[in-house]
Design a protein around this ligand. Sequence first.
Ligand code: 4AD
Length: 536
Amino acid sequence: MSTKEVYTSEKRGSDETGDGTKEKPYKTVLKALLVSGEPFPSLFVDGQDEQTPYDAIAKAQLKKQTKLYQQEDEDAAKRQQNIEDAKKIKITLDKSLPTAIPIKLRDSKEHREKRVSIKGWVHRIRKQSKSLLFVILRDGTGFIQCVLNNELCQTYEALLLTTETSIHVYGTIKEIPEGKSAPDGHELIVDYWEIIGNAPPGGSDALLNEEAHVEVQLDNRHIMLRGENTTKIMKMRSVVLQAFRDHYASRGYFEVTPPTMVQTQCEGGSTLFKFDYFGEEAYLTQSSQLYLETLLPSMGDVYCIAQSYRAELSRTRRHLAEYTHIEGECPFITFDDLLDRIEDLVVDTCERIMKSPLSQYVYDLNPKFKIPTKPFKRMDYSEGIKFLKEHNITKDDKTFYEFGEDIPEAPERAMTDLIGEPILFCRFPKDIKSFYMSRCPENKEVVEAVDMLMPGVGEMIGGSMRMHDYDELMEAYKVNNFNPKPYYWYTDQRRFGSCPHGGYGLGLERFLCWLLGRYHIREVCLYPRFRERCTP
Ligand code: 4AD
């Protein structure tokens, strides 16, 4: 026996962080043997009780562990030999074959029976035998199963290939035999391949998997985005944006791109993000509405798709600190026209989405999706108060909401889910709504405002008619304690040919949650921003 002593403890030890000392023992005897090598040191294991924390290992146990060690040693040698053998196998590009046509995977169907070359990322690997390897390749436009036979899967690179490695494959696309399945009903019979960029052992699993903690998933959002579901969501985000733009173009709206660094507020001081703008106080915009209003006299109906910011303190499944805001503004309309336009926007955009080539993704993610039908239920706030009472939806202290009180998110959602269809929720008490909203001509206590409420999601659109009378607006600044000075350009709209007008804002992420049946708003963001999360 050697005089060196190595300690192990099943109770207190660790094979990852231990060093074999009394203070930091290894967990297993096998680990101690593998680290020490031969000749073996004197080994100690857990003692009988607290007085004798360690005992010398029993002979029988040592014998058993030595056998395991030898087995492991042989396996390691075999693995090393395989690697050495693999290093000797070299594959080459056969120049006598027909020239490979470089393609993207979306075009693979048209290239059946042709020799092609494809660059992409290893999505999944399945080793069938020593001479057969399946690689599912992904290139952002589609997937294909690549078949690597014989030497092609016996090289050093093939042996160590991991998911997320980028590769270049050459081969012929063949329809798959009946009874077998693969994406698009065909596969690529590879005749040559090479690595473009390696990935760490274990591929993306080295960083996260489906069971990973939410914060770990968010830290690794850049890798999460490579997943199948997330990719579908991000592609639908693109399709949805295009559908909104197509809707607006077909209805004669112009798109504008207002600044997002501003010196005025639109939706209340409590959610303003302040920052230092070359020594002056400025804010990240909460809404582009005020700027859209300034374009009505020159461009008529306008819209924008821009980022809006809200310093929301609470982390809910519907609130972001930064979101994509789709806003429209229209001159010379009535409140009823505004409601019709909101309905048209939602229904027509959904129809466009469901006619797009990727519409299947909506059903993949949300099998129950149905395009809503016009007209939407229209309901006044005062009816909402009644509804809450009739359905016994109360505040925490069991009292009822009364006219004049803001209906918070939870009871509003409870009502929406009970009704189970889109609601244009209208005419709120003036004191709970924004400074710029115009009063209802028939009842000056309420404003011509609307929230579109959707089952499962709650408020998806907020809109209103705007005060167009100069004096009324000046009074509103006063009541809300605003200094009118920074708003001079907004006020001027009421001096230089004012007109009745209205508009709305739709939160793209809330629309996506509704369309794609997602529970949490962070699932539909590229890199979500909310309290304590500004990375990556
Ligand atoms: O109801 P909001 O605050 O209305 C406005 O900003 C108006 N100035 C818009 C206009 O009339 N042009 O916000 C409009 C929509 C909400 O219905 C919601 O969909 C979304 O913006 N939204 C948010 N989405 C995610 N996270 C947040 N913190 C959001 N705040 C509002």
